[in-house]
Design a protein around this ligand. Structure first.
Ligand SMILES: [Zn+2]
Length: 98
């Protein structure tokens, strides 16, 4: 009877160790998969999300297409224009004043 109790405790002990090992291995795999997935996932959203952040607006000075959210907005004669940089905006304003 004592032997049975010892075996029972031993089996519980072994099972708990095995469980801990399995959990550690699974967590290791999970973190492995997370790091393997996260590196391309972090790079991927950038190009597809570019058009989602806003419409592309053409800079009338240099012709560069700039995302609306990042463009420099300038309303000239009731028309909203988008510039890639303040330099282009200043150039356009200087040209329009001539
Ligand atoms: Zn420009």
């Amino acid at each position: 009877m004592v032997r049975f109790v010892v075996y029972l405790f031993l089996s519980i002990f072994v099972i708990s160790i095995a469980r801990a090992l399995i959990r550690a291995v699974l967590q290791g795999f999970a973190s492995l998969f997370q790091t393997a997935q996260s590196s391309p996932a972090r790079q991927q959203p950038h190009p597809p999300s570019m058009p989602l952040t806003g419409e592309l607006k053409r800079d009338p000075v240099c012709g560069t297409y700039t995302v609306e959210a990042h463009a420099i907005r300038q309303t000239i004669n009731g028309e909203t224009l988008y510039f890639c940089s303040s330099r282009c905006r200043d150039e356009y304003l200087a040209a329009s004043r001539r």
